[in-house]
Design a protein around this ligand. Sequence first.
Ligand SMILES: CC(C)(COP(=O)(O)OP(=O)(O)OC[C@H]1O[C@@H](n2cnc3c(N)ncnc32)[C@H](O)[C@@H]1OP(=O)(O)O)[C@@H](O)C(=O)NCCC(=O)NCCS
Length: 147
Amino acid sequence: MSGDLIVRPLEQADVPSVVGLYEEAGLGGSEVSGAPEQEVLSKVERDPDLFLVGEVHGEVVATVMGTWDGHRGRIKRLAVRGDLRRAGYGRRMVAELERRFAERGITQLRLEVWAHNSGGLAFWEQMGYVLEPEIRYFVRSLVDGPD
Ligand SMILES: CC(C)(COP(=O)(O)OP(=O)(O)OC[C@H]1O[C@@H](n2cnc3c(N)ncnc32)[C@H](O)[C@@H]1OP(=O)(O)O)[C@@H](O)C(=O)NCCC(=O)NCCS
């Protein structure tokens, strides 16, 4: 069903589709709240114009989340539906998010990728992102249980 991708900010009705894309792509992180829909809605409140979905023929097939921490822009949870990968949709999603960041004067971007995600690493490199080997990522949980 590949076709023209329309990229636009997420709307409430898109939330189940976005959660489905996360599940398919193995992008977890909502185990604590146990309510992924609620988590998406609370994230979109912060930077509504940077939380994007891509649709083809009215179906949501891609998503990406941009956030601004007051210092740098961060890119999170890029996912393209499994059967539509390698058609340039990931590139389109990121290009639109970058355009929106730049429009706000946010020019320094960061993102994290699991070391085992070879496809993700190749994608970001292809998009012009540079791997920073000097940074180590620390985590700490203030509650018991998984992140
Ligand atoms: C990573 C992901 C978003 C890429 O989306 P996509 O729509 O397939 O990407 P594109 O078609 O725009 O790819 C652009 C270029 O990136 C590179 N690329 C993308 N996926 C790749 C892969 N699996 N292996 C190697 N290179 C890849 C290629 O150079 C590609 O150009 P080409 O197809 O002309 O060779 C998609 O594979 C996905 O949803 N993965 C699961 C979730 C994930 O890992 N997200 C990233 C971590 S935040």
